[in-house]
Design a protein around this ligand. Sequence first.
Ligand code: GN1
Ligand code: MG
Length: 369
Amino acid sequence: METIDTASILAQFEITGKVKDVKPLGNGLINDTYRVVTEGDSPDYVLQRINNAIFQDVDLLQHNIEVVTAHIRHKLETSGTDNIDRKVLQFIKAHDGKTYHRDEADRYWRVMVYIPDTVTNEAVTPESAYDCGKAFGNFEKMLVDVPEQLGETIPDFHNMELRMRQLREAVENNAAGRLDEVRDIVDELERDADEMCQAERLYREGSLPKRICHCDTKVNNMLFDKDGQVLCVIDLDTVMPSFIFSDYGDFLRTGANFTAEDDPDLSHVGFNEEIFKAFTRGYLESARDFLTPIEIEHLPYAVALFPFMQCVRFLADYINGDTYYKTKYSTHNLDRTRNQLALYRDVRKHDEAMAAFIHSLLNQTTKTT
Ligand code: GN1
Ligand code: MG
């Protein structure tokens, strides 16, 4: 582990109060995150190193985040919402006016206000799934009229065609010599690849819009208060134009799996229909007013797409020798791959039931606008 002089990094930002302690926070696979505890009445902060190997245009990324958080704050203010500072993230400027700082070692840092008395959850219950669906639907809804075109912080992040190309390239190079043991998985993924790439085709035909999405909709990317109420959506690096499938499908990929994405015991893996129903109910309650019929019709496709895509991404990384995701042991990415494939297979058994449920929801409730 490299040593990090957090004091000199924090000194670049306009924070108040004397720093008492800096300790690791959360368990993201991409960025390094710390909680900065201060003395007295000053707020605590979150210090984060932005992984600029993955997010290569930090300036664009922070610009997106500034636009999105300002837009949400404005919406909350105009709707007379209380406790706004607990419902949208607030970034601290560095002395040069930017919301990030680049140090001498070319590392990028940012600081935001720590929202106290909050809880993050790793698991979803049917009750919280409904609230999460509402919150992510509402997040998209607040951003439908963002006043400017935002860039993609990872170009083509959820583009299934690109992810297949990357897998094929990994297979071609076989950099870590691991291809033989995963050949059957590659073949299975290839069989469904065309079907899973339908979003890009619809987009090219002009039938599917891109909207501002969160693109990493896990339950651990939300803050709850101590009573279990959703406060806000966090981890905004991947906020960018995408298909709404990203938010809807990726949430269910983790939330509606009976187990963690890296559980090596495949007998634990499966699609939790109860979570699917609760999340979908919440999501459509907030989002149905702005979704098009094509978007709604393809929601079951989105549920299958994300375990499929994540399987392709973990597998490509495994074949490449683990260059992207943090791993804890040598077959970690392989376990993740197998887990996501098992989930994908199980989701596909629910295709019709999912479509029927969505259909029944739309018939039950009348549109409010
Ligand atoms: C990464 O770091 P984390 O866990 O928030 C990844 C997601 C994957 C996820 C798989 C920028 O997110 O796309 O779904 O790991 N984020 C990026 O656990 O690649
Ligand atoms: Mg995260």
